[in-house]
Design a binder for this molecule. Structure first.
Ligand code: NAP
Length: 248
């Protein structure tokens, strides 16, 4: 196991990509803190982590609330004594045209996707600096590079800002032994993409060279790599997991 004894905190861990990341990190030897709004679902994933032989701590928290974020990090240190790997995965999308998109939707998407990533990175970095080692991995999106393709005016900007935050923090935290990277998925089979019509799905798949949608486990594998010793000289990278949809 490549991450034996490490403590990881994953946000939005109760389903989809976050759940897959939590389980993949547990398989590599991590104890895992599972942060989510949906407590019963986080508890179910915690039991899956424990079945893999690792310790788990489900925490009900809103990533956009500083008090919740501070409590989640404090509970992590209280239970496990450290925090080695932070995965900022929780994210939302609100669809609509520019004119339909309400100010409330704009605020919500920016506060969850960007402010949540900022809050957790800041609070986790305090612990990681003391340890002299840490890995922060942000789940971005292809939309952060090319804008959203399904009409969601705040989603692409929130993820573009996550990419810039990733690079800014990578420079700032490098002297402390902390790497900061992002994974930019596209078209992964989760509840977020379940609402796509069959027609839209076929049209999107037609633009993906590998000819299919991705699985949450394929995003999780990229996260495990970025957390692993093999990625020790990689920081500030935005790693595409998109079936070849965007090659930049
Ligand atoms: P998902 O199935 O909708 O899961 C998102 C998870 O985040 C849910 O468990 C949700 O909790 C949690 N969450 C939402 N807001 C939260 C908040 N304020 N505080 C704490 N937890 C919160 O989404 P997914 O497809 O797995 O996406 C995961 C990440 O990948 C997101 O950042 C997304 O933008 C990114 N991404 C996904 C795709 C894709 O094709 N699926 C593509 C590119 C990027 P609840 O269950 O309580 O709502």
């Amino acid at each position: 196991m490549r991450l034996e004894g490490k403590v990881a905190l994953v946000t939005g861990a109760s389903r989809g990509i976050g759940r897959a990341i939590a389980l993949a990190l547990a398989k590599e030897g991590c104890d895992v803190v599972l942060v989510d709004l949906d407590e019963p679902a986080a508890q179910r994933v915690a039991r899956e982590v424990e079945t893999l032989g690792r310790r788990a701590l489900p925490v009900k928290a809103n990533v956009a609330s500083l008090a919740d974020v501070q409590r989640a990090v404090a509970l992590t240190v209280e239970k496990f004594g450290r925090l080695d790997i932070l995965v900022n995965n929780a994210g939302i999308i609100k669809r609509g045209t520019l004119e339909d998109h309400s100010d409330a939707d704009w605020e919500l998407v920016i506060s969850v996707n960007l402010r949540g990533t900022y809050y957790f990175s800041r609070e986790a970095a305090k612990i990681m600096k003391r340890q002299g080692w840490g890995r922060i991995i942000n789940i971005s999106s292809v939309a952060g590079k090319i804008g959203d393709i399904t009409s969601a005016p705040s989603y692409g900007p929130s993820k573009a800002a996550v990419n810039a935050l990733t690079k800014s923090l990578a420079r700032e935290l490098a002297p402390f032994g902390i790497t900061v990277n992002a994974v930019a998925p596209h078209a992964i089979e989760t509840e977020m993409t379940a609402e796509w019509s069959e027609e839209r799905r076929r049209a999107l798949i037609a633009q993906i060279p590998l000819g299919r949608m991705g699985k949450p486990e394929e995003v999780a594998a990229a996260v495990v790599f970025l957390a692993s010793p093999e990625a020790s000289f990689i920081t500030g990278e935005i790693l595409d997991v998109n079936g070849g949809y965007l090659m930049d």
